[in-house]
Design a protein around this ligand. Structure first.
Ligand code: SF4
Length: 374
C-alpha cells in the first residue's frame, strides 16, 4: 500500500507540508492556546479539549488560567477547588489527573514543566498524543501526533485499509505522523495545520473535499471512498448494569452525600449513595438488596420510598440503568450520624456546589424539578 500512495514519497510529503501550512495561515482559527508557547497553558487546553468542543472549552480555559496561572498554583490548590473550576466540563477524571500531574511537576521537576518527551509522557493523564502535542506546540519539537482528527485525515491520505485502532493501523498512522514532519524546524506548525484540516475540512461525514488543500494528494478522494475510510470500528460489547441511588434527606433538609472512593467510577466525586442491583430479579428484591448493602456500608437501616427517576447512561463499556429512589433513615440514627471526609449531609446550596458525578447531577436536577413543581 505504501508505494502506491503519493504522500509516502519525499516529494509528496514536502508538497503536503507546503499546502497544509499555506491553507492554515489563511484559514486556521485563532484559538487562545495557539498564541502561547507556555507548555502549562497548552497542556490545560489539550486536556480540556479531550471529549469537549472548542467553543465550550474557551471560557473554561480562560477562567482556569486566571485562577491557576501556573503549574505550582494548580499543585497548591485543593482538589475540590480544581473540581469547582471544572464543573460543567464533565469527565472529572481529567481534572483529578491534572492535579496529580501538577503535584509531580512541583515535587520532581521543581515546578517547571518538563521538556523531555519521556518525562512529560510519564505524568498522570498524559498519553503519547498529548505529550507530543505539548512539546510540539510549545517548543517546536519534532514530535509526531495522532489524535481523532489527524487519525481520520491520515487514514484517508494513506487510503488505510485497516481499522485505525488496530495494531497495524496505528503503526501506519504513527509512522506517517513522524514522516510528515520536517527534519529541521516547523513541526509544531505542520502538526497544527494538519490537525486543523482534519477538524475543519476532512470531516467524519461528508468531508469538504472540494475545498480541501490536499485533495490532489488524496487517494480516498480520487477513488470516491470517503464513506468507507476510515474503516468503521466494530461495535463495542457492552455489559448491562442496574443501579439504585438513594436520595435521603433529614428534617433540616440536608441530603446524605458520599464521596466516591479512588477505586470506584467517578473517583473523588460526590454522589448519592448508590448500589448495584444487577443480580436482582424484581423491584422488591432490589429494595431488600439495597437495604442490606446500605447497612453493610454505613452500619444503619434505611427505608426505601418512591421512585424518583430512571436514566440510562453509558460509562466506558458499561450500559447502566440508574434508578433514583427517595429513602429515609430514622431521626435518632440521623442525630448520631458522624460526618467524615467520605460522607456529608449537604443542604441544597452546598450540594449544588459539590463536584457531582454526571448521573448524580441529573438525579439532583430531578429532585430540584420535583420540588419546584410542588
Ligand atoms: Fe479528506 Fe477529502 Fe481532503 Fe481527502 S480530499 S483529505 S478525504 S477532505
Amino acid at each position: 500500500m505504501q508505494d502506491e500512495v503519493e504522500v509516502w514519497r519525499p516529494e509528496g510529503l514536502s508538497r503536503l507540508r507546503r499546502l497544509a501550512i499555506k491553507w492554515f495561515s489563511e484559514n486556521g482559527r485563532k484559538l487562545p492556546w495557539r498564541i502561547t508557547s507556555d507548555p502549562y497553558a497548552i497542556w490545560v487546553s489539550e486536556i480540556m479539549l479531550q471529549q469537549t468542543q472548542v467553543a465550550t472549552v474557551i471560557p473554561f480555559y480562560h477562567r482556569f488560567l486566571e485562577s491557576f496561572p501556573d503549574v505550582v498554583s494548580l499543585a497548591d490548590a485543593s482538589l475540590d477547588d480544581v473540581y469547582r473550576h471544572w464543573a460543567g466540563l464533565g469527565y472529572y477524571r481529567r481534572a483529578r489527573q491534572m492535579h496529580q500531574a501538577a503535584k509531580v511537576v512541583q515535587k520532581e521537576h521543581a515546578g517547571v514543566f518538563p521538556t523531555d518527551f519521556q518525562r512529560v509522557h510519564e505524568l498522570p493523564g498524559i498519553g503519547r498524543y498529548t505529550a507530543g502535542a505539548i512539546l510540539s506546540f510549545s517548543a517546536d519539537q519534532r514530535q509526531p501526533i495522532v489524535e481523532a482528527n489527524t487519525q481520520r485525515l491520515y487514514a484517508r491520505l494513506l487510503h488505510l485499509k485497516q481499522e485505525t485502532t488496530s495494531k497495524a493501523g496505528q503503526s501506519h498512522l504513527w509512522t506517517f505522523a513522524e514522516l510528515v514532519l520536517p527534519k529541521q524546524k516547523g513541526s509544531g506548525g505542520v502538526n497544527q495545520a494538519l490537525m486543523e484540516i482534519g477538524s475543519q475540512v476532512c470531516l467524519p461525514k461528508n468531508p469538504l473535499c472540494m475545498v480541501c488543500p490536499l485533495s490532489d494528494l488524496c487517494p480516498t478522494f480520487k477513488s470516491g471512498s470517503q464513506a468507507k475510510i476510515p474503516v468503521p470500528k466494530r461495535p463495542k460489547d457492552f455489559t448491562d448494569l442496574r443501579e439504585i441511588a438513594l436520595v435521603i434527606h433529614d428534617a433540616k433538609d440536608r441530603f446524605l452525600m458520599r464521596r466516591c472512593a479512588s477505586d470506584e467510577r467517578w473517583a473523588g466525586l460526590w454522589d448519592f449513595p448508590r448500589f448495584d442491583v444487577t443480580p436482582c430479579k424484581t423491584e422488591a428484591s432490589e429494595a431488600a438488596h439495597v437495604a442490606m448493602q446500605f447497612r453493610e456500608r454505613f452500619g444503619k437501616s434505611v427505608l426505601i420510598g418512591q421512585k424518583l427517576h430512571e436514566l440510562k447512561h453509558a460509562v466506558t463499556r458499561y450500559r447502566i440503568l440508574l434508578k433514583g429512589y427517595e429513602a429515609e433513615i430514622d431521626s435518632s440514627v440521623r442525630a448520631k450520624w458522624k460526618e467524615d471526609v467520605e460522607t456529608v449531609w449537604a443542604d441544597a446550596d452546598e450540594l449544588s456546589n459539590l463536584a457531582l458525578s454526571s448521573s448524580g447531577k441529573r438525579l439532583w436536577n430531578t429532585v430540584l424539578r420535583n420540588r419546584n413543581d410542588v
